[in-house]
Design a protein around this ligand. Structure first.
Ligand SMILES: Nc1nc2c(c(=O)[nH]1)N[C@H]1C(S)=C(S)[C@@H](COP(=O)(O)OP(=O)(O)OC[C@H]3O[C@@H](n4cnc5c(N)ncnc54)[C@H](O)[C@@H]3O)O[C@H]1N2
Ligand code: MOO
Length: 394
């Protein structure tokens, strides 16, 4: 018991061994949720010249409050060709180039105009240069807009487009094979005989990976017999093989011997994690093998802490691990034992209320939980109102 592998060490060991997948080039619109395989460098300066931030008049600050003579118009995409000289102004619209000679934009709500004659009628722009976006305000040609290994969020795709890019290089999709094991399991929604149980872990894991670039290979429900397990594990072609169940020490826990018979080398088995202690991990060639415990909450936690990060790492994430944050405890917690504990908790009014019973078979407490409260090994007792590390899950 005492030498169970610490969670962080297990994660680091596994992720460090992740191979580098080949790349593909995608139009920006198809790259949402991928990770940039190389940095995205701006091919243009934004804005490429001084632009108006408001609808109004391009003026010379020293001419205010007028009168000024309106000599033309500058609209977005249709700049004014000439120059604004002393005593002159142009009509201007948001996003339009500021004409040469003008140095300030006066908003139209503060303008009085009679034919081509214009006056300031209000407080006016506070300073020279008001309401103008300077060339390069956002970024300059050659700037790094998105670093390699960063996720392509909606905002990062938009900045790439503005930087003049049309496509992006990313890792190819990660092929993830998922198998449930257990003679008691039945496909969800089917008629259930006494003693049997609806299978939920494949669905859980698939849903957990839904926002990652994956191709799921569904291996179905496998029986608790060595030959069919070995046969399936030997023939699966994937980047990650995930199994659930049969990971513990019972007579019907055959996943480990079957994986080994199929040619997989087990790197570690059993870690200092609750729930999720019986996790096993290893490699069959370049394919990562993750044998998750069967208890649904254990499968969820190990899915979150190992499967998702492994998939993200293969997809090119520089920071594949889930990011925790700080929350406030809604009630006191006892001192923790030797394993890192992930406690289901409801989030209400900015506080985390830990469920009283944390049995790893209980999906309803997981379904109600907004976060997991993370308790490090041997953490001392905590009081109500103490801050705690939390992992938001819903
Ligand atoms: N003597 C010991 N017994 C157990 C230990 C131990 O250290 N010594 N560890 C316990 C811990 S911790 C866990 S977690 C479980 C994990 O065991 P397995 O991975 O072998 O899981 P199973 O026995 O196959 O299943 C456990 C439980 O979960 C249900 N299950 C399994 N798969 C699914 C699925 N796909 N969908 C829904 N439910 C599933 C299964 O029916 C069992 O009730 O071992 C402890 N035992
Ligand atoms: O690790 Mo088990 O997952 O405690 O129930």
């Amino acid at each position: 018991m005492s030498e169970l592998l610490p969670v962080a060490e297990a994660q680091a060991r596994l992720l460090a061994a992740a191979p580098t997948l080949s790349t593909e080039t995608l139009p920006l619109a198809d790259a949402i949720g991928r990770w940039a395989a190389a940095s995205l460098i701006a091919r243009r300066t934004q804005p490429e010249r001084d632009l108006s931030a408001m609808d109004g008049y391009a003026v010379r600050f020293s001419d205010l409050p007028g009168p000024m003579r309106v000599i033309g118009e500058s609209a977005a995409g249709r700049p004014f060709a000439g120059a604004v000289k002393a005593g002159q102004a142009t009509r201007i619209f948001t996003g339009a180039a500021v004409p040469e000679g003008a140095d300030t934009v006066m908003v139209q709500e503060e303008a009085r105009r009679d034919g081509d004659t214009l006056w300031l009628d209000g407080e006016g722009p506070a300073r020279e240069g008001a309401n103008i976006r300077r060339r390069g305000l956002d970024f300059a040609d050659g700037d790094t807009l998105v670093a390699a290994g960063e996720r392509l969020t909606p905002a990062r795709l938009a900045v790439a487009a503005t930087g003049g890019l049309g496509d992006v290089t990313v890792r190819r999709r990660v092929r993830v094979a998922i198998a449930a094991t257990g003679d008691e399991l039945v496909e969800p929604g089917r008629a259930i005989e006494p003693g049997r149980l609806p299978e939920s872990n494949r669905l859980l894991l698939r849903a957990l990976l839904a926002d990652l670039p994956v191709e799921i290979i569904d291996l179905g429900i496998l029986p608790d017999r060595l030959e069919p397990l070995t046969d399936t594990f030997r023939h699966v072609a994937a980047d990650v093989l995930v199994t659930t169940g049969g990971a513990s020490v019972g007579d019907h826990d055959l996943v480990r011997p079957a994986l080994q018979a199929a040619g997989a080398a087990i790197d570690f088995w059993r870690i200092a994690l609750r729930p999720g202690k019986p996790l096993m991990a290893g490699w069959r060639g370049d394919m990562a093998v993750l044998g998750l415990p069967g208890n649904p909450v254990s499968a969820f936690v190990t899915g979150l802490l190992f499967v998702k990060p492994m998939v993200a790492a293969l997809a090119g994430a520089a920071q594949p691990l889930p990011q925790t944050t700080t929350g406030i405890l809604g009630e006191a917690l006892p001192a923790n034992g030797p394993r890192t504990d992930y406690l289901r908790a409801e989030l209400r009014d900015g506080r985390a209320y830990v469920a009283t019973i944390q049995d790893s078979s209980m999906l309803r407490t997981l379904a109600r939980a907004g976060c997991l409260v993370v308790r490090q090994p041997h953490a001392p007792a905590a009081a109500m109102g103490d801050s705690a590390e939390i992992l938001v899950i819903a």
